[in-house]
Each structure stands twice: as C-alpha cells, then as structure tokens.
Ligand binder design. Sequence first.
Ligand SMILES: CC(C)(COP(=O)(O)OP(=O)(O)OC[C@H]1O[C@@H](n2cnc3c(N)ncnc32)[C@H](O)[C@@H]1OP(=O)(O)O)[C@@H](O)C(=O)NCCC(=O)NCCS
Length: 117
Amino acid sequence: MIGIDIVEIFRIEKMINRFGNKALKKFLSQKEINLAKKSATKAGFWAAKEAASKAIGTGIGKDCNFSDIKISKTKTGQPIIKYKKKIRKKFKIQNSSLSITHDGGFAIAVVVVTIYS
Ligand SMILES: CC(C)(COP(=O)(O)OP(=O)(O)OC[C@H]1O[C@@H](n2cnc3c(N)ncnc32)[C@H](O)[C@@H]1OP(=O)(O)O)[C@@H](O)C(=O)NCCC(=O)NCCS
C-alpha cells in the first residue's frame, strides 16, 4: 500500500508563526519537534504523516491521528516511520517505509506499507 502528500512549506511556517508551539504539538511529538529544526523538515514530517494515513486508507482522523504515526531518523539522516501498535495490529502492518524530499517551497513524502497476508 502506498500514500503520498505534498505540503507548501510556507503554509506550515505561517501556522507555526500564528499558533507557535501549540501548532507544532498538534502534529508532532516532543521528540519529533527536537528532530525537525528547519521548517522544510517540519513540513516534510507533516506530509509524511498525511502520506502514512493515506497508505492505510484512513486519512488523518479518528481511525489514525497524527500521534498514531511516529517519525525518527537513522544516524545518516534517513527518516523512519512507525505506526502505533494498535494501528499496526488493526491494519496488519508488517513494515513501513518513508521518503521525504523538499524543493521549490514544497515538501513531498511517500510512504509504503507492506501487510501480512
Ligand atoms: C540525502 C540526500 C539524497 C538528500 O537529497 P537532497 O536532494 O539534498 O534533498 P531532498 O530535499 O531531496 O531530501 C532531503 C530529505 O532526505 C531525507 N534523507 C536525508 N538523509 C537521508 C538518507 N541517508 N537516506 C534517505 N533519506 C535521507 C531526509 O528526510 C531529508 O529531509 P530533512 O533533512 O528535512 O529530514 C543527499 O543530500 C545525499 O545524497 N547526501 C549524502 C551524500 C552527500 O552528502 N553527497 C554530497 C557529495 S557527493
């Protein structure tokens, strides 16, 4: 299963300028806030979570919210995506992978999920 999302980096910047830390906490955990120093990275994380929700077919909402999806990074900077256990169980998720890019004012993320058959 696959999900994709694109976000205008300026839209995320505006949201953060207007609502501050509250805006960040709406879609990121404290660990993720510490990781995402640049606004392009923050926008990439937003896109990643939206893409992850699309990959399992729910979108962001009651069945999968921003805090059900966790992002971290390897030592070399590769982003890692992991769904919370209740989501992994419900959707039979075996593995999930994430790739992020940003250029020209936009951040794009793709999430691929494999499921147990
Ligand atoms: C990692 C790399 C592919 C990123 O490509 P880019 O065109 O510069 O930037 P993009 O916007 O497409 O991608 C950036 C995102 O890639 C992801 N990324 C970073 N390192 C990564 C890695 N090792 N593996 C997979 N994804 C990675 C991150 O999500 C990053 O966004 P973030 O920093 O906001 O979290 C590129 O910088 C690279 O190859 N770097 C390592 C080698 C290098 O530095 N070579 C330069 C001299 S040869």
